[in-house]
Write a protein that binds this ligand. Sequence first.
Ligand SMILES: *[C@@H]1O[C@H](CO)[C@@H](O)[C@H](O)[C@H]1NC(C)=O
Length: 388
Amino acid sequence: MARAAAPLLPFFFLLLSSTSPAANGQKNRLGLTPQMGWNSWNHFGCKIDEATIQKIADAMVDTGLAKLGYEYINLDDCWAAYNRDSQGNLVANASTFPSGMRALADYMHKKGLKLGVYGDAGLRTCSKLMPGSLGYEDQDARTFAAWGIDYLKYDNCNNQNISPLTRYNRMSEALMNSGRDIFFSLCEWGVDEPATWAGSMANSWRTTEDIKNTWESMTDNIDKSNKWAPYAGPGGWNDPDMLEVGNGGMTTEEYRSHFSIWALVKAPLVLGCDISSMTPETKEILSNQKVIAVNQDKLGVQGLKVQQDEDLEVWAGRLSGDRVALVLWNSGPTEASITASWSNIGLSPSAVVDAHDLWTDEVTSSVQGNLKKTVASHACKMYVLTPK
Ligand SMILES: *[C@@H]1O[C@H](CO)[C@@H](O)[C@H](O)[C@H]1NC(C)=O
């Protein structure tokens, strides 16, 4: 069934989002493209230890994922001991991380990888098994720097109802003063519209609640993140949460769509499965260099939902070299035909393009006016359109 699609957002919105609003505050120079890496939470939850994390790092290199740009190995909640030491320092949990964080960072750096840790802008982390950093921002940032930590995911639990601007800005400044470049991933769940204020503090900010391993949660997060597109750009990205690809709750086509749309909207590509035992299908999805290249395009323009007709959607975003990245998205229960009109995706009606399908590698040559394709249920097709 073919349907006439109504434009969802005016064309000028696409143009608007092509320039990133400059962050005015003092901030590091990291995150010029969305961060790529891995995080322990979606697969392992609190069950993390040194051997597991080293195995993940080994797999990152051995599977070839590291070469494709995945560089951060990030610990989530539960890596530290329940209490600070007698000097008030955070310390690694001695039974699960007996060699300590300095040694783990060295392990990563020797492999050409980077190490991230997790903290919380409150009294305790979400698991309550670790201290939070509220009131200890400078001390903890110095500790992270001394260990050689490269990335901080900073959560929002047990926050005493203190304004997030105050709490997150304190850690941002503490990291800036720590003497080390530490990527700052702000995890405030989108509660106080962080897109509007976090650009001067952080390299990415969560726009939604936690992702769940379902099609509904995944699409819901991407829809909620969409309206913040104009605030994303080199140095600061909207974060609809980490990837579930490979964790088993969705079909292969659903995971292919999940990865495609995360790439198009310049979301962080932070893997969340056990990459040391992934299936060939999972590896194929996570290793698609053309899709990764859309995510890492130097222009840094977040793709938008530009057409919607019930469950049939068109998402598009500008790429460098006057190219356009395009996703035809079918959230409906049956196969359907989806037509993307040039006027909705930032191309002039007379533009003639080659459409490169990033999953099949097929090229549809010399297309003009619109691109019409059949898309299976809970699947997408993803293209780069290159003007002739
Ligand atoms: C270290 O981690 C283990 C396993 O999660 C936990 O049982 C133990 O209480 C932790 N130790 C400290 C000191 O927090």
